[in-house]
Structure formats: structure tokens, C-alpha cells
Design a protein around this ligand. Structure first.
Ligand code: SAM
Length: 253
């Protein structure tokens, strides 16, 4: 709006805001009062160590998803040159954060929405990790079937809101995050089942599957993992004690 850096805001605090910028700010305040998310006004969201461009075509990255990045890094810590697949990449926040932390990793990111993929590709270029991240348009893991057996980790923050829950969400989320980023048309249990079954068949023996879950979905995600033959199934809770992540490992035997 002003083209100022953060430091300018302090250093130039005594200056009058130019009228054109003041008008823009007032318009933005009015939009915010109408429940448009701040991130759609600024076009940015911080996630992990980076700044991501966001548009109404992608889910605004949530702080709790950083837990998924943290756990993913822990799982691949001892794997040289790991191959990672992020399913439903949205803005690219998970895939690109992992690629930036692990310069030896090869990351693949899938996404059903072509508009979201454009945003993710732009973010990859901005973070200068585009040479090591391959984007694929398509359903879940279908676009990366050729990698089956060669993947160290499949990570995903899938849509996990039921249609009934969606109508109760705050306007910022219900009216502005893409519905397809939140509500799986087939229903949450079916989506987890499909995702986890395909992920278990994609990772190499000893490889990991890690998914973010809704607060009440731990049981069904864990059952889907067990049903897909994964072992060492583990839940991680966030700082509020809410189960956030379920992970499992493909047995080596
Ligand atoms: C909850 S959002 C997560 C976005 C991003 N990974 C994040 O954590 O902020 C789910 C993403 O999955 C995508 N998606 C939904 N159904 C999909 C499917 N069947 N196959 C691939 N991507 C899908 C949505 O378009 C959306 O970008």
C-alpha cells in the first residue's frame, strides 16, 4: 500500500500517510470488516520460515500445519536424498518448506486444482526451490504412480471438513477458502481411506505416510492406516493437546 518496509513504519511514524495510501487502507479495513481474510488483502501468509503468496485459489496456510512439516523433517532426517510426495499442495507451503530445509530432497507435489498449482509454482520460483520440486495436476497420488516403491515419505494435509461442519465455519473460511480445499466430495472417511491406501502403496518398504487430521478423525485415520498395512501408527498432538497428525510406516519385511 505504502511500499514501506517494516522498519519504515517505525522510522517514518511521524509522517502523514499520503492520501492515496490512506484511501487504500480505508478500503482494506472495510473489506476486513466484511470478513474478507487479511491474507487476501495483503496477498501473503508466513509459514514455517518463509513468506507465501496466497490468493482465493488456495487454502491460507495454517500455523498448525507447521507441525506436519516438523514431523516430516524428523522422519526423513537420516535418509540421504529423500524422495517426498506432498498430496494436495495448495499454496505449496508443505512441499516448498521441506524442499528448502532439505536441499538434497526431491519433492513432488500433486494438486487437483490447476489454479492452485499456478500459485504453488509461483511460490516455488520465489523461494528458489523450483528446480527440485515437480508439480503434478491430478487426483491424490495418481499423477505419481510411476514413483511407487521409490518414495520415502508421503505427506498430506487433505480436505477433512464434513459438509455439515462446513456450514458452521466462520465467514472468513467458509466464504473465502476454496471449498474443495476443505470438503472432500466423497466424505472424510472415504477420502482418508483412498489417500492412505494409495500412499501406503507408493512408499518404499520402511517409508512413511503422514497426514494432518481433523480434531475428531484420529480413529478413522489410524484405522485407514492399519487397513492399508502400515505399522508403528502414531498420533501427534498440538500444543493445545488436540490430535493433529497421524503417521505410519510401511513394514520392511
Ligand atoms: C487442506 S488443503 C491443503 C493445502 C496445503 N497443502 C496446506 O497445507 O495449506 C487441501 C488441498 O488438496 C487439494 N485437493 C482436494 N482434493 C484433492 C484430490 N482428490 N487430489 C489432489 N488434491 C486435492 C485442494 O485443492 C487443496 O489445495
Amino acid at each position: 500500500m505504502l511500499g514501506w518496509e517494516r522498519a519504515d513504519v517505525i522510522a517514518r511514524a511521524a509522517e502523514d500517510v499520503p492520501p492515496a495510501a490512506a484511501a487504500l487502507l480505508e478500503a482494506a479495513i472495510e473489506q476486513r470488516a466484511r470478513r474478507r481474510p487479511l491474507q487476501h488483502l495483503t496477498g501473503h501468509q508466513a509459514f514455517w520460515r518463509h513468506d507465501f503468496v496466497v490468493t482465493p485459489d488456495v487454502l491460507i496456510p495454517r500455523p498448525e500445519t507447521e507441525l506436519l512439516v516438523e514431523k516430516a523433517l524428523e522422519l526423513i532426517r537420516d535418509r540421504p536424498a529423500p524422495v517426498v510426495v506432498d498430496v494436495g499442495t495448495g499454496s505449496g507451503c508443505i512441499a516448498l518448506s521441506l524442499a528448502a530445509e532439505r536441499p538434497d530432497a526431491q519433492v513432488h507435489a500433486t494438486e487437483l486444482s490447476p489454479a492452485a498449482l499456478l500459485v504453488a509454482r509461483g511460490n516455488a520460483a520465489r523461494l528458489r526451490v523450483d528446480a527440485r520440486v515437480t508439480f503434478h495436476e491430478g487426483d491424490l497420488l495418481e499423477p505419481v504412480m510411476a514413483l511407487a516403491g521409490a518414495v520415502d515419505l508421503v505427506v498430506s494435509n487433505p480436505p477433512y471438513v464434513s459438509a455439515e461442519e462446513w456450514v458452521t465455519l466462520e465467514p472468513e473460511v467458509r466464504l473465502h477458502d476454496p471449498r474443495m480445499a476443505l470438503v472432500p466430495p466423497e466424505g472424510v472417511p472415504a477420502l482418508y481411506g483412498r489417500l492412505v491406501t494409495r500412499a501406503a502403496a507408493t512408499v518404499r518398504p520402511g517409508g512413511f505416510v503422514l497426514v494432518e487430521i481433523g480434531a475428531r478423525d484420529r480413529g478413522q485415520a489410524a484405522r485407514a492406516m492399519a487397513g492399508a498395512g502400515l505399522a508403528a501408527i502414531e498420533t501427534r498432538r498440538d500444543l493445545q493437546g488436540i490430535p493433529r497428525i497421524v503417521g505410519g510406516r510401511r513394514p520392511t519385511g
